[in-house]
Design a protein around this ligand. Structure first.
Ligand code: ADE
Ligand code: ZN
Length: 337
């Protein structure tokens, strides 16, 4: 199979995205447009200048610029426009199910109401279901550099928005902020029946993945690359079929890996890990989901079988209800090889 047919297969296959920060889809063009209408000054003079600042040596350097960009978002319409722009792109990439993280503390800490954020995002998700047939789940994520008390305060909002929030997540600066810091709030959410995920093993050690599994009771791990340094952990992940939501272009841009040719995705598949491909923060890392698949397939010589397996994993590991999962898996069967 030549590269062109793999690329064509990737572009057309129906797929799910399970690791996507909505604030990370904020393209510079939209950022300038929204800044203008909110009368906010951006530190960069043009879209080109802003984009040229997207060179990162590690996660923290990226996060600094990502939180600055998010400050432009103020109204429900801003959050709607941001989400809608992503969903249009996802539809072009043949995404039929998406699970979107949002970071409420990034917005409430600067005086934007929780309801403003969630209502804008949710309205766009509903429109995408109607217009494109894209189903979705919303993941409320805690910023791990803030104390657990702040997470508990944010968690209270869940009870007013149970119809919109399905999953809890944990993101931001990993090193020095282990999962155990959020043990009580995760236990509370587990008791309330929420689905759970957490970033672990992106820059942090395999130990953080163990903690996310053993102490937070997560159903999925976001990233999880560092799990490969611990054979016992691999056995556990494989045995329990814990999915890893892997983000190859993010890993490259944040220097988790030095070259896509050295990305562990193929090793994960070969070891029986339920790996999936996702875009993380596509506006900052140079590619949406199809681009992640295409560049990784090229670098690792992935076959159509590998692509099909990764997509199947994404449907199976999604938090969609069982009926929707069956529909998605049937679509994949019909699509074939
Ligand atoms: N927030 C947005 N993108 C992130 C990433 N890749 N890791 C941790 N927190 C994030
Ligand atoms: Zn992420």
């Amino acid at each position: 199979m030549d590269n062109n047919s793999v690329k064509d297969y990737i572009n057309k296959i129906p797929k799910a995205e399970l690791h996507l920060h909505i604030e990370g889809t904020f393209e510079p063009e939209l950022m300038f447009k929204i800044a203008d209408r909110n009368k906010i000054k951006i530190d960069y003079s043009s879209v080109e200048e802003l984009r040229s600042a997207y060179n990162f040596n590690n996660l923290q350097e990226f996060l600094n610029i990502y939180y600055t960009g998010a400050k432009v978002l103020q109204t429900e319409q801003d959050f709607y426009d941001l989400t809608w722009a992503y969903l249009k792109k996802a539809n072009e990439d043949n995404v039929i199910h998406t699970e979107i993280m949002f970071d409420p503390q990034t917005h409430t800490e600067r005086g934007v109401a929780f309801d403003t954020v969630i209502n804008g995002i949710h309205a766009a998700l509903k429109d995408a279901e109607k217009d494109f047939g894209i189903s979705s789940k919303l993941i409320m994520s805690f910023l791990r550099h803030l104390p657990q008390d702040s997470a508990f305060e944010i968690y209270e909002n869940y009870f007013n928005h149970r119809d919109k929030i399905d999953v809890l997540g944990l993101d931001s600066s990993e090193t020095g902020n282990p999962p155990t810091k959020f043990r009580e709030v995760y236990n509370r959410a587990f008791g309330d029946g929420l689905k759970l995920t957490a970033h672990a093993g992106e820059e942090g050690p395999a130990e953080y993945v163990w903690e996310a599994l053993d102490l937070l009771n997560v159903h999925r791990i976001d990233h999880g690359n560092r799990s490969l340094s611990d054979n016992k952990l691999i056995d556990r992940i494989v045995e329990k079929q814990i999915a890893l939501t892997v983000c190859p272009l993010s890993n490259l841009k944040l220097r988790v890996i030095d070259d896509l040719k050295n990305h562990p995705l193929k090793i994960m598949l070969d070891r029986g890990i339920k790996a999936t491909v996702n875009s993380d923060d596509p506006a900052y890392f140079g590619g949406y989901i199809n681009e992640n698949f295409i560049q990784t397939a090229d670098a690792l010589q992935l076959t159509i079988n590998d692509i099909n397996k990764l997509v199947k994993n994404s449907f199976e590991a999604s938090f969609a209800d069982d009926n929707r999962k069956i529909v998605m898996l049937n679509k994949l069967d019909e699509f074939g090889f």
